[in-house]
Design a protein around this ligand. Sequence first.
Ligand SMILES: Cc1ncc(COP(=O)(O)O)c(C=O)c1O
Length: 387
Amino acid sequence: MTNFNITPNRRNNIHGYKWTFVPKDVLPMWVADMDFPAPKPILNALHKVVDHGVLGYEIPGKVLQETVAARMDLLYKWKVQPEAVLTVTGIVSGFSVAARAFCSQKKGVAIQTPVYNEFHEVKNNIGIPQVDIPLVKSVKGNIISYKIDWDVFEKQVKKARIFLLCNPHNPLGIIFSRKELTRMAEICIKNNVIIVSDEIHSEILLNGNKFTPMAKISREIEKHVITLVAPSKTFNVPGLFCGFAIIPNEELRKPFEAELHHLHLYVGSMGLHAANAAFSGQCDGWLKELNTYLTGNRDFLVDYVTKYMPNVRTTVPDATYLGWLDFTQTGIEGSPFDFFLKNAKVFLSDGKVFGKEGEGHVRINFGTSRKLLKEGLDKMRKALDSK
Ligand SMILES: Cc1ncc(COP(=O)(O)O)c(C=O)c1O
């Protein structure tokens, strides 16, 4: 059994981001990585490479493509040919590559807001238009949830060339249903829009929830989808920058692959070895325990907010280790991000980086020990109580 209650000190890492970016007296609960060591089979694979000693050029071979294809079959009974699997230097690189391959200054990218900040950067990075499709918030007691407005979806998505779908959704934690995915896909296909489905969080499933990849819905839909997956969130190896674009349709795959080569976006050898070990199935026992622990953290967070933070609203995420808290009813002046940094010494993700609908909200990363989660929430509660 893995003891997720114990987390190593991350403040002394010279290249560290989450813990090193913030002052020593501030608790980081922001960028989306977890405070847990990666599972042993991945660490063993990396040790083996280091022990060999020669760190020459390495390329992702057939073995890795087969490993990724086998994982899709194992998880979803989604049969993909190994050659449909391309390696990318992270999922965000995949957004840019897809946008460069398919968008123009007239037709750009559609995104469902509020959404992961890097979705908003594609327009700037590539110089293309962005179309927003706001999700519609509803409130029940102190629980918030978000739905698609289908009229808005159709009206907006048809202005774009690619629809960048975030499923499971960061920061809202939604797993879109088969029905919703089918309807989104039908609208995209009717309007000649390619779906780029970011499924990076697809294996962080809380409470035993199930996930269906967009491209698995039907062979017809699959032809219009670029699926982006990675071991990075699931097995906590994002620093190795290794992801995959699964593109069964050659008409989409060839232009995507050409852009990858133009840009020389090749993954480092450590990323390749780690990904192979991660997707080989050897880490799945660890993953099961992780998802149980994270479900406990999610429930702890929702209960805590409900009991001790009056007027604060929260999502109940189906997936991811990201909570979304709404402070719009609390009378905090200015942004809750600034408020908690100043008064609680907790560094969260400012809701407004996810789109204007995120103002008055923060994203909280609960991919940590229960002890640190409680410590952060206690500090936030105290700051709210003494406001
Ligand atoms: C939805 C989503 N996509 C992509 C990424 C980052 O992917 P990468 O580091 O592989 O570029 C994140 C990280 O938080 C994310 O939440």
